[in-house]
Write a protein that binds this ligand. Structure first.
Ligand code: FES
Length: 309
């Protein structure tokens, strides 16, 4: 006979619902929430197949049972951090606080798409990367004097050429906006110095630009230059999906910082500036520099920016 009186129970605090429920020691988190009439999504019926029951353990992770094989399969595939657990597979031996991660159909749709993502970072991760912003010197001469189809054509040619160089140096173009490119280096951990990769890529871009400028000179009587800002820091990397467009993107304060560094080139009349964090990664190889102290839009204080000479 099942005598629940002698079975220990623990408290689960539900962050979204602002309430506390009991969980018997031999029950899973999902069994406890369902018993408390919480509308806890569990599309596969608790078979460790869908991950829609996933919860974020806000407190008491040490009170959760280790992942079993079934949970481990899903956790490895989706690269779950330790605190994301399948409620249908997790037992507890002490009090915990959780936040259910699937609230509605849209959450479910996003989760099901994560299953088909092959990148291994479907949930998004924090990674230390080198972030590069570039823009084109003299782009406005083209934009002001030539019709839209010429601008689009030239920019597509430019992106295509630059993309090859960036990829050759272990980087990817994360975004383009007008004449600007946002590229990141270090995502696939192929090299042990992503700042050096970025620096080599910018060097290569300038080399390729010489040839491209011949084309521009011949066809449009203009020449381009490249300005670049480089920073090295933590960013959030993940697949972002608007419904109409899906892309792997990087976000975070360090991305904005790299953009501000690129803009500072105009103030100092430079073509390439690196943050202190980025420069320290390559200073042994490039010991000669000019240093500028800058105030950057949207940031407080003074920042040291480095130009390699
Ligand atoms: S209910 Fe499907 S994995 Fe938990």
């Amino acid at each position: 006979m099942n005598d629940t009186k002698n079975i220990k129970s623990h408290k689960i605090h539900l962050f979204k619902e602002h309430k506390e429920i009991n969980c018997l020691e031999n029950s899973t988190i999902l069994e406890a929430t369902l018993a408390a009439h919480i509308n806890h999504t569990h599309a596969c019926g608790g078979q460790a197949k869908c991950s829609t029951c996933r919860v974020s353990i806000r407190k008491g992770l040490e009170n959760c049972s280790p992942r079993n094989e079934a949970e481990k399969l899903i956790a490895d595939k989706l690269n779950f951090p330790a605190e994301i657990r399948l409620a249908c597979q997790t037992h507890i031996n002490g009090n915990i606080s959780i936040r259910r991660m699937v609230s509605d159909k849209m959450d479910m749709d996003i989760i099901f798409e994560q299953f088909s993502d092959q990148s291994g970072i479907a949930l998004g991760i924090q990674q230390k990367l080198t972030i590069v912003f570039t823009d084109i010197v003299n782009y406005t001469s083209l934009a002001e004097k030539f019709p839209p189809y010429d601008i689009v054509h030239v920019l597509n040619r430019y992106y295509r050429i630059m993309n090859t160089i960036i990829q050759d140096n272990n980087g990817i173009i994360s975004d383009v906006a007008g004449d600007g490119i946002l590229a990141v280096f270090g995502m696939d951990n192929k090299s042990n110095n992503s700042v050096l990769d970025a620096f080599n890529a910018i060097d290569g871009m300038n080399e390729k630009l010489k040839l491209f400028n011949k084309y521009l000179e011949e066809n449009f009587n203009i020449q381009f230059g490249i300005r670049a800002g480089v920073h090295y820091g933590n960013v959030i990397v993940g697949p972002f999906d608007t419904g109409a467009m899906k892309k792997m993107a990087v976000i975070g304060d360090n991305v904005n910082y790299a953009s501000r560094i690129e803009s500072a080139n105009k103030e100092f009349g430079t073509k390439l500036l690196l943050s202190e964090e980025a420069y320290s990664e390559i200073k042994n190889k490039y010991p000669n520099y000019n240093m500028y102290e800058a105030t950057l839009k949207g940031k407080t204080g003074q920042y040291k920016l480095y130009e390699i000479i």
